[in-house]
Design a protein around this ligand. Sequence first.
Ligand code: FE
Ligand code: FE
Ligand code: ZN
Length: 299
Amino acid sequence: MRRKKLKDQKPSCLLGAHFSIARGLDKALFEAKAYGCNSLQIFTKNANAWKERIVTQKEIENFERAKLETGITEIASHTSYLINPATPEKKKHKMSCNALVQELIRSSCLGIPYVVLHPGSHMGAGDKEGIIRIAESINEIFAAIYAKTHEISTRLLLETTAGQGSSVGHTFEHLASIISKVEKKINLGVCLDTCHIFAAGYDIRTMEYYRKTMDDFDSIIGLDRLCLIHLNDSKKELGSRVDRHEQIGLGYIGLDAFKYIMNDDRLFDIPKIIETPKGTTDKDWDEVNLKLLRQMVRI
Ligand code: FE
Ligand code: FE
Ligand code: ZN
């Protein structure tokens, strides 16, 4: 259901950033609130290590309380970068599936509605093989979860990729094909990353190209599958297939595309998260980017 835009009030679209859980899972929610966000993304564990993280009952309670206090419920968890459900290596594949099961259960326990996954890299086996392997892995993962618990409320979101290396998911057809092979489609969604689709060759820099790209997404995947948007500019050119995020408006995508997205009624209720470089200088880039995006929203 679309939220009604009140006449005298600027519509508050769902906007957020990726925040650290270094000081605690609940602290990420308070940090998001301090930035004026009504949505956020976190890692629920160290994203660069296989080691799992068991969340305690206390952490779950604190997280619940932080949700109530901040009013933030649109939360995404980004999976570990090590996970590759498309890998032909048996051991790595098993570790990947297990990590995904853990991530989905952990996120479900924390009441996190979305878990974002880079679909995977085929490591030379080819896109077609990769797609089959990813879909089979997801079916395995959901079966394992349903065998352990009755159901999970968390949705697994396949993120569009830049097509770097042998990564699968750089065309909308790839994602549609994976989805078509998954049995429990109700637990599946898509996360659109602006930097990634641009690097993959989808232009969004003019209204005409933006419309074409979104119409393609709608006809190939379906906008009803789109659950999350990552707002990032790109350090690399259109079709470069290189994944390098840039501050909003300072990369090859430029400001206009973000204006189209921020004012696209079809995307109003979809949480939009920036994953732009935090920077090391005195400048608070999250604040700069979030302010810029908020100002783009027309009354
Ligand atoms: Fe990602
Ligand atoms: Fe992303
Ligand atoms: Zn990226």
